[in-house]
Design a protein around this ligand. Structure first.
Ligand SMILES: [Zn+2]
Length: 135
């Protein structure tokens, strides 16, 4: 028995605001459980009637989302305290999936870059060394 989906899951699903594996998980649950589809349909109907949840409005408009640059500065720890605190709250307490994904992406990029640069430097060095030997 899959655990029931939360309203916020279904909202985010409709907004396609979830990571791919989470989208797939919810899709799987919806396929197996007609009552959850009813719930999804109800949310959709309410949306058509113009009623939106706060979370939905928030995600739609990304009301308080920091920019990618701000997230980068946050990761580097160069933001003023109050700004850093706002972003920490947004990521950890509000748990904004959009910004969490963005942050993970930035962290990965940060981890990869120095290594890639080194590899490139080494390759460059080796090829120029080889070139020098031949000439
Ligand atoms: Zn956000």
């Amino acid at each position: 028995m899959p655990k029931p989906l939360r309203q916020s899951d279904l909202d985010a699903y409709l907004d396609e605001a979830l990571p791919a594996d989470e989208m797939a998980r919810i899709e799987g649950i919806l396929r197996e459980d007609p009552t959850q589809v009813e719930q999804l349909a109800a949310i959709n109907a309410r949306r058509d009637a113009g009623i939106h949840t706060l979370g939905e409005i928030w995600r739609r408009n990304r009301l308080s989302c920091p920019t990618r640059e701000q997230l980068g500065s946050y990761l580097m720890g160069v933001l003023p305290d109050d700004e850093a605190e706002h972003i920490r709250f947004h990521l950890e307490i509000t748990a904004c999936r959009f910004c969490q994904a963005n942050t993970t992406d930035l962290q990965n990029a940060e981890e990869e870059t120095p290594c890639e640069v080194q590899t490139r430097r080494r390759k460059y060095f080796q090829s120029s060394a080889g070139y020098l030997k031949k000439s």
